[in-house]
Design a protein around this ligand. Structure first.
Ligand SMILES: Nc1nc2c(c(=O)[nH]1)N[C@H]1C(S)=C(S)[C@@H](COP(=O)(O)OP(=O)(O)OC[C@H]3O[C@@H](n4cnc5c(N)ncnc54)[C@H](O)[C@@H]3O)O[C@H]1N2
Ligand code: MOO
Length: 344
C-alpha cells in the first residue's frame, strides 16, 4: 500500500472506500475499495477535499481482484453454468443455465483451494439443480494479486484427476422407466402396491415417465422374464422394487444379474438404503434394485443417486462407497431433505 497524490493515482487501485457527503443530497461511498482510479475521478476526488489516496500500485504481473476473479471463473465455469457480466467487489457467482445434475471435480476443487489467496466455494456436487440456482462463488483474498498465483491454481486443477472445468450441470436425459414390482403378496393382491407410486413420483420430478410395469411375484425366473419384457418396451432405465434383502424369497439381486446386467454394487453405505443394487446392461441402460425402505422413508439412497442416474452419469462402485460419510439419515421428526446433512 502506498500514499499517492490524487493526480498520480490514475490507473492504481484504491485500498479503501471514499465517503462523499453532499449536504442534503448524498452520503455514501463515492468510490469503493478496489476501484481503479480514472482520469475523470481526479477532479471528483479533489472536490471531495482529497489531496492524496492510499493505493495498491499496479505493477506488471499483478492482477486486480476483478480480473483475478475472471481467471477463476474460466477455471470453474463448465457446460450448463453461467455468470452475470458485472463483477461485484471482486466476486463472481455461477448459476445454473438449465436443470440438471450439478457435478464438481472434487479433487481439483481441493487442489485449487489449497493455493493460498484464492477461493472457490460450491454447493454439494452430484445434486439436482434447477435453472437459475446458485452453484458456486469465487474470488481472490487480496485486492491485487500476483498473476503467478492464478497460474498456480490453473496448474493445480490440471494436475488433479479428470479434466475440464471444475463445475458442470449435466442435463437430465433419461425419459422412460420400466418398473418391476416384486412380491407375491403384491402380485396376488393381498397387499396393495404402495411402492410403485412412490418411485413414479420421484422419477417424474426428473422428467422420467413409467412406460412399462410388471408384477411378477417372487420367483426368480418370473422376475427375469418381467425384466426382459420391460426392456423390450424400449426403456432407458429399469427399476426393480422389493425382494432386496436376505429372506429366502428375496430373489431380486440375483434376477437382475440373470437378466444380463453387470453389477456395480449390491449394498451401499447409506441408511436407509443399505440394500441398494446398481447395475448396467451392455447397451448402457442402468438398472436399480430398490429395497423396501424406499417405499416408506422420505429420503433414502434413491434420492442420493437419482440426480446422477437421471443425467445419464454412469455410477461406479467408488461413487457408491463415497456416500458413506453423510450417508446416515438422522431421522428428524420433520424431514427437511434436501436441506439437511443427509448425503452431504
Ligand atoms: N432379517 C433381515 N431382515 C431385514 C433386513 C436384513 O438384513 N435381515 N434388512 C432390512 C432392510 S435394511 C430393508 S430395506 C428391508 C429390505 O426389504 P426388501 O427390499 O427385501 O423388501 P421386501 O422383503 O420385499 O418387503 C418388505 C416389506 O414391504 C412390503 N412390500 C414390498 N413391496 C411392496 C409393494 N410394492 N407395495 C406394498 N408393500 C410392499 C412387503 O410386503 C414387506 O412387508 O428389509 C429389512 N429386513
Ligand atoms: O436397505 Mo435398508 O434400505 O438399509 O433400509
Amino acid at each position: 500500500m502506498r500514499e499517492l497524490a490524487v493526480q498520480d493515482a490514475v490507473g492504481h487501485v484504491l485500498c479503501h472506500d471514499m465517503t462523499q457527503i453532499i449536504p442534503g443530497k448524498f452520503k455514501g461511498a463515492r468510490f469503493r475499495k478496489g476501484h481503479v482510479v480514472t482520469p475523470e475521478d481526479v477532479d471528483v476526488l479533489l472536490s471531495m477535499g482529497k489531496r492524496s489516496v492510499y493505493v495498491w500500485e499496479m505493477q506488471p504481473g499483478m492482477l486486480h481482484e476483478n480480473d483475478a476473479a475472471l481467471r477463476l471463473c474460466a477455471l470453474a465455469e463448465g457446460p450448463g453454468c453461467t455468470h452475470k457480466p458485472d463483477i461485484k467487489e471482486g466476486k463472481i457467482e455461477l448459476t445454473a443455465a438449465h436443470d440438471g445434475c450439478f457435478t464438481v471435480r472434487s479433487e481439483a476443487l481441493l487442489a485449487v483451494n489449497r493455493v493460498p489467496q484464492v477461493m472457490v466455494a460450491t454447493r454439494k456436487g452430484n445434486t439436482a439443480v434447477r435453472a437459475g440456482d446458485k452453484l458456486a462463488g469465487m474470488r481472490v483474498i487480496p485486492l491485487v494479486i500476483d498473476e503467478a498465483t492464478l497460474d498456480e491454481a490453473d496448474a493445480a486443477a490440471a494436475a488433479a484427476p479428470g479434466s475440464g472445468p471444475l463445475c458442470e450441470v449435466v442435463p437430465f436425459c433419461l425419459r422412460r422407466v420400466g418398473i418391476v414390482t416384486t412380491g407375491s403378496e403384491v402380485a396376488g393382491g393381498l397387499v396393495e402396491d404402495s411402492f410403485t407410486p412412490v418411485v413414479q413420483a420421484k422419477l417424474a420430478a426428473f422428467g422420467i415417465e413409467m412406460v412399462a410395469h410388471e408384477l411378477p411375484g417372487d420367483d426368480m425366473e418370473d422376475i427375469v422374464a418381467a425384466i426382459g419384457r420391460v426392456r423390450e418396451a424400449g426403456v432407458d432405465l429399469v427399476v426393480c422394487t422389493g425382494g432386496m434383502s436376505v429372506d429366502p424369497d428375496d430373489n431380486t439381486p440375483g434376477a437382475i444379474q440373470r437378466s444380463g446386467a453387470e453389477m456395480v454394487t449390491y449394498g451401499a453405505p447409506v441408511l436407509p438404503g443399505a440394500m441398494l443394487f446398481v447395475g448396467y446392461y451392455a447397451d448402457g441402460t442402468p438398472v436399480l434394485g430398490l429395497p423396501g425402505c424406499v417405499m416408506f422413508a422420505k429420503a433414502t439412497i434413491l434420492d442420493l443417486v437419482l440426480p446422477r442416474i437421471a443425467a445419464g452419469i454412469r455410477l461406479t462402485r467408488g461413487d457408491i462407497v463415497a456416500y458413506g460419510e453423510g450417508g446416515l439419515c438422522l431421522g428428524c421428526e420433520e424431514c427437511h431433505y434436501p436441506i439437511c446433512p443427509f448425503g452431504k
